[in-house]
Ligand binder design. Structure first.
Ligand SMILES: [Zn+2]
Length: 213
């Protein structure tokens, strides 16, 4: 699965969904002691298992809350908190993928509500639960990390309500049992957003509303 983390990044780069150093992926194995995450600022096209940062999950001595421990020489993704918010307490193996898929970002920027447009397309609504979009917030901030977890509907017991959320003026965050499953949610959502954008309908006007006008 560590190999899949790099493979997914290369695939996203080939699709034009990230520039070379963008995007990040994490993985927590079932009952595992480590959080695996892509390195910060590294060219994602050459991420292989040996470049993945392995962070031990330890209890914070002051709060006894579990958190990943970053050693001096380790350079995990700057979005570590976004990943940990979603990974903490996961009852099973979980991959979290954050990238910048062009059509999803464009659709949100144009004013589309992702949940509304996806309701029109069984291709996505059958397999992928899309959550409310995260408002524009600074990348790498705690606010951004917390809002992403809120929109995904992360619960104390580690369960999540949605598979993917859009992040306004930025990207998406997707969750799955492995990196490729999380990738599939992104691919489906980007495909629908591309269709909607190419259809020429405006935000707030459904496809059938446009025909009836
Ligand atoms: Zn990003």
């Amino acid at each position: 699965m560590l190999t899949a983390m790099g493979d997914v990044m290369r695939h996203c780069y080939a699709k034009g969904w990230i520039t070379t150093r963008d995007g990040n992926i994490s993985l927590c194995k079932k009952a595992g002691k480590y959080l695996y995450i892509t390195p910060s600022g590294f060219r994602k096209t050459i991420v292989h298992p040996e470049q993945i940062v392995k962070l031990e999950i330890v209890a914070d001595p002051s709060t006894s809350e579990r958190r990943p421990r970053v050693l001096d020489q380790q350079r995990p993704s700057g979005e570590l908190w976004m990943h940990w918010n979603i990974q903490r307490g996961t009852p099973r193996t979980r991959a979290v993928v954050h990238i910048h898929p062009t059509h999803v970002v464009a659709a949100i920027y144009r004013g589309f509500d992702l949940q509304k447009i996806c309701a029109d397309f069984p291709e996505i609504s059958r397999y992928t639960k899309v959550g409310p979009s995260v408002p524009p917030l600074p990348a790498l901030s705690r606010e951004f990390a917390d809002a992403t977890a809120d929109c995904l509907g992360v619960h104390q017991d580690g369960s999540v309500d949605y598979d993917i959320v859009g992040q306004a003026n930025h990207g998406v965050c997707s969750v799955g049992p492995d990196p490729w499953s999380a990738y599939e949610h992104i691919e489906r959502l980007d495909h629908i957003c591309e269709i909607v954008l190419k259809s020429g309908v405006s935000p707030g006007v459904g496809m059938f509303d446009a025909v009836l006008r």
